[in-house]
Write a protein that binds this ligand. Structure first.
Ligand SMILES: Cc1cc2nc3c(=O)[nH]c(=O)nc-3n(C[C@H](O)[C@H](O)[C@H](O)COP(=O)(O)OP(=O)(O)OC[C@H]3O[C@@H](n4cnc5c(N)ncnc54)[C@H](O)[C@@H]3O)c2cc1C
Length: 383
């Protein structure tokens, strides 16, 4: 994709069409979003509608039933922006199909790809990725899960924690130590020795679980890529998908602003709408400014990642930090504008407030991303 094709500030028609398609799917899930976003297992209606929409084809390469030749960050981002505005559950279900299967797309054996990727695209198989452990979050080089090759098989042992989709997953891409390096291993969820538990519920309910792997044996062709390529594959997954978290944040922030504007223009105090009182107009306008700025950097970063994910990783990281932090500020301001009505449990604003929070922690917390950006900045300037 060239700069002319992406336009400086406008999406090419293909993405506009995709955006409209995602918007239609999101609108069709409005009636079940309240329930789905409180669920800690896959919501059957959301799953059925997402599967019927065919949108999971966006996260799989064309060769295996996908829509784009290779997974396209801009496409994933514009879809997530629309889905997250309506339902975190729907957005997560869509995004994880890509995040959990990406290493399979780029490094899986022919047999594994052919068997599983068309099922991912059709939402018949549920993808998940296991990096985090009870004692290890940001510092992934400290993981204790191991993989060893024995008698023509891979044997995996360890404990993965906070794994999205775990209770419903069909397979896990598991990061494990192998000799002095790290490998990603494809582990079917029904392999003997795999146990899934659900010890954690978070403030914004999510399909989450822990995965214990005890002497799990899989064929050698279930190693994704060569031994020791685990971190490289993880990095290319991040490079393709991190920016899409920014897209989801923009969608969520915009949904908050719509709620706040609707409230502030209909509720009156002191004889006039809230939208004309004191600091409220400036608050609403500041939200708008932040959302548009976040969207601009997000689309730019996503277009760069679509061209060359690894070369654009710093831009994706900047977009992720900027958009998720902006979303947090916007949502907080919108709650304030709505007063007590923004706090009512079960209300849309309360749900958005909770859903905005984890975005600043997963797929690279703000502080960890800033740390790596600072290192790059110093290194680049020193050259
Ligand atoms: C909703 C949700 C879904 C998730 N899904 C998955 C999944 O599917 N698969 C998976 O593997 N994991 C998943 N995770 C886990 C997620 O990846 C981790 O939460 C994340 O990597 C951060 O690790 P941690 O929570 O252990 O925080 P820690 O690493 O303990 O960090 C705690 C705090 O210290 C800061 N910090 C840590 N290191 C540094 C540093 N070097 N410099 C500055 N500050 C630092 C962090 O920014 C943070 O503020 C999920 C988490 C959530 C909340």
């Amino acid at each position: 994709m060239t700069d002319e094709q992406t336009g400086l500030f406008e999406l090419p028609q293909r993405y506009v069409d995709l955006q409209a398609e995602a918007h239609r799917l999101a609108a069709s899930c409005e009636d079940v979003a309240d329930r789905a976003d409180e669920a800690d297992r896959f919501d059957p209606d959301v799953r059925e509608r997402l599967a019927a929409s065919g949108l999971c084809e966006v996260v799989v390469a064309a060769e295996y039933g996908g829509r784009f030749e290779a997974v396209d960050s801009l496409a994933v981002t514009v879809v997530r922006e629309q889905l997250a505005a309506v339902s975190d559950h729907l957005d997560s279900m869509f995004a994880m199909q890509g995040i959990g299967s990406f290493a399979v797309s780029v490094a899986g054996s022919d047999a594994v790809r052919k068997q599983w990727l068309p099922q991912v695209a059709a939402l018949e198989a549920i993808a998940a990725i296991g990096l985090t452990e009870p004692g290890v979050g940001s510092d992934l080089r400290a993981i204790t899960t191991t993989v060893e090759e024995h008698d023509g098989e891979l044997v995996v042992n360890g404990h993965k924690s906070f794994i999205t989709n775990a209770p419903d997953a069909s397979f896990f891409a598991v990061l494990a130590k192998e000799d002095d390096g790290y490998s990603l291993v494809f582990v079917p969820a029904d392999a003997p020795g795999v146990t899934v538990t659900t010890p954690h519920q978070i403030l914004a309910p999510h399909v989450l679980g822990d995965v214990v792997l005890e002497d799990v044996r899989v064929p050698v062709d279930h190693r994704l890529g060569e031994p020791g390529q685990g971190f490289r594959l993880m990095l290319s997954t991040l490079a393709t998908f991190r920016v899409s978290v920014a897209g989801a944040s923009v969608g969520l922030a915009e949904a908050a602003l719509h709620e706040a504007v609707a409230h502030a223009t209909t509720r009156e105090q002191f004889g006039m709408p809230l939208a004309k009182l004191g600091g409220v107009p400036a608050s609403l306008a500041t939200c708008w400014v932040e959302i548009e700025a976040a969207r601009a950097i997000t689309y730019r970063a996503a277009a760069a990642a679509a061209r060359d994910p690894l070369a654009g990783l710093h831009l994706s990281s900047i977009a992720k930090v900027h958009a998720t932090e902006a979303c947090g500020r916007v949502v907080d301001r919108c709650v304030q504008v709505m007063g007590r009505f923004g706090l009512v449990r079960g209300g849309k604003m309360e749900r958005i407030y909770r859903e905005a929070r984890p975005m600043r922690i997963y797929e690279g917390s703000t502080e960890v991303i800033l740390d790596s950006l600072a290192k790059k900045l110093v290194k680049d300037l020193a050259q």
